[in-house]
Design a protein around this ligand. Structure first.
Ligand SMILES: Cc1cc2nc3c(=O)[nH]c(=O)nc-3n(C[C@H](O)[C@H](O)[C@H](O)COP(=O)(O)OP(=O)(O)OC[C@H]3O[C@@H](n4cnc5c(N)ncnc54)[C@H](O)[C@@H]3O)c2cc1C
Length: 300
C-alpha cells in the first residue's frame, strides 16, 4: 500500500479517528484512515486510487444507521461531511452526497418544493439516505430522484462518474440497491407547492414522531425493516422485548424498533441485544426480522 499521504493529496485525512464521534449511536472504534473529500470529483478520485491499491474502504454519512465495530476499522473510512452543497436545478434540487437531510428538507421548503416532508426529523446525509432508501412506511427518498451520479466499483482507471435513473437502479423498501456503487450527487424532481402548505405537513409529521420515537436518546433509528403487512416494532413488543437491555444497549420503551445507547454501550452489546431479539421474535411469531441497521464486521 502506498503511504497514506499519497491519498491525503486528494482529500483531507486523519489517522486513528474514533468512529464513536461520527455515529448517532456514539459507538465504534478507530478508523485507521478517515477521509473527508470536498467535492464529488475528489471522492471519485479517492475511491479510484484506493481501489487501484487494494485498500479496503467504506463510506460513512451521518452514521445514523450504522454500527461500526468496537475493534475499529482497518483501511479507509470516507466521510461525506465536507460535501454539503445543495443547488436549485430546473424543476428540483441537486445535492452532493454529504448534504444533510435537515438542510435538504429546509431548502426544499424554503423554495416551495414539496416531497421531502417525511424526512423531517431524520438524521443523515443524502448519500446514506440514497443507500438506505430512507423514508416512511410507504415512501422512500428514491421516489423523488430524477437521477443519481454514482462511482462504480471496480473502476481502476481515471475519473469515473456515471448518471443513472431510478429505473436503472431499482431501489427497494429501505434498500437503495446500490451493490457497492457510491453516491456522489443526486438530482431530485420535486413538486412546487406553497411553503406554508409544506411547513404545515412537516410540523404535523414532526409532532407525531416526537411523541412516538425516543428522539432525545442516542440511537440509530429503526433496527429492523418492517415485514410485509406488519410492523417490526409491534412484533418486538409482542415478544415481550420492550425495555430489554444488554450492557448499555436497550430496546426503547417508547418504540420497540429503536435500539438505544443508554450510556457506555458497545457494538458487542448491540449485536448481542439484537441477536436475542431476533431469536425471541422468531420463536414467538415465526417471523425472522430483517435488519435495517448496517452492522460492520469486527476485524479478524
Ligand atoms: C432518531 C433517528 C430517526 C430516524 N428516522 C428514520 C426514518 O424515519 N426513516 C428512515 O428510513 N431512517 C431513519 N433513521 C435512520 C437513518 O437516519 C437513515 O437510514 C439515514 O438515511 C442514514 O443516512 P446516513 O448518512 O447516516 O447513513 P450512514 O449510517 O452513514 O450509512 C448507511 C449506509 O450507507 C452507506 N453510505 C453512506 N454514504 C454513502 C454514499 N455516499 N454512497 C454509497 N453508500 C453510502 C454506508 O456505507 C452504510 O452502508 C433514523 C435514525 C435516527 C437516529
Amino acid at each position: 500500500m502506498p503511504s497514506p499521504e499519497t491519498y491525503a493529496e486528494i482529500a483531507p485525512m486523519r489517522r486513528d479517528e474514533p468512529l464513536s464521534q461520527w455515529t448517532t449511536l456514539r459507538i465504534g472504534g478507530n478508523a485507521e484512515m478517515f477521509f473527508e473529500p470536498h467535492r464529488p470529483e475528489k471522492l471519485a478520485d479517492l475511491l479510484t486510487a484506493l481501489e487501484k491499491d487494494d485498500v479496503p474502504w467504506r463510506m460513512l454519512g451521518a452514521g445514523a444507521n450504522t454500527l461500526p465495530p468496537d475493534g475499529g476499522v482497518a483501511g479507509a473510512i470516507i466521510h461525506t461531511g465536507n460535501m454539503r452543497r445543495i443547488f436549485r436545478d430546473g424543476d428540483g434540487l441537486r445535492a452532493w452526497a454529504g448534504a444533510t437531510l435537515p438542510s435538504l428538507v429546509h431548502t426544499a421548503h424554503g423554495v416551495g418544493l414539496a416531497g421531502f416532508e417525511s424526512l423531517v426529523g431524520v438524521p443523515g446525509h443524502v448519500g446514506g439516505a440514497i443507500a438506505m432508501n430512507a423514508g416512511s412506511a410507504d415512501w422512500g427518498i428514491w421516489d423523488e430522484v430524477y437521477n443519481v451520479v454514482l462511482w462504480m466499483p471496480g473502476e481502476r482507471e481515471g475519473l469515473k462518474m456515471e448518471e443513472f435513473t431510478p429505473e436503472q437502479i431499482g431501489p427497494k423498501y429501505r434498500d437503495g440497491n446500490l451493490n457497492g456503487a457510491v453516491v456522489l450527487e443526486v438530482h431530485f424532481h420535486l413538486e412546487p407547492q406553497p411553503p406554508k402548505v409544506i411547513k404545515d405537513r412537516q410540523d404535523d409529521i414532526l409532532q407525531r414522531k416526537n411523541k412516538s420515537q425516543p428522539v432525545s436518546i442516542s440511537s440509530a433509528g429503526c433496527a429492523y425493516k418492517n415485514p410485509p403487512g406488519d410492523s417490526a416494532g409491534r412484533l418486538v413488543e409482542a415478544a415481550g422485548m420492550k425495555g430489554f437491555q444488554v450492557g448499555g444497549a436497550q430496546i426503547s420503551e417508547l418504540h420497540a424498533n429503536f435500539v438505544l445507547n443508554r450510556g457506555g454501550a458497545t457494538a458487542a452489546d448491540v449485536r448481542s441485544l439484537i441477536a436475542q431479539v431476533e431469536e425471541r421474535v422468531e420463536s414467538e411469531s415465526g417471523i425472522r426480522l430483517e435488519r435495517e441497521l448496517v452492522i460492520w464486521p469486527e476485524p479478524l
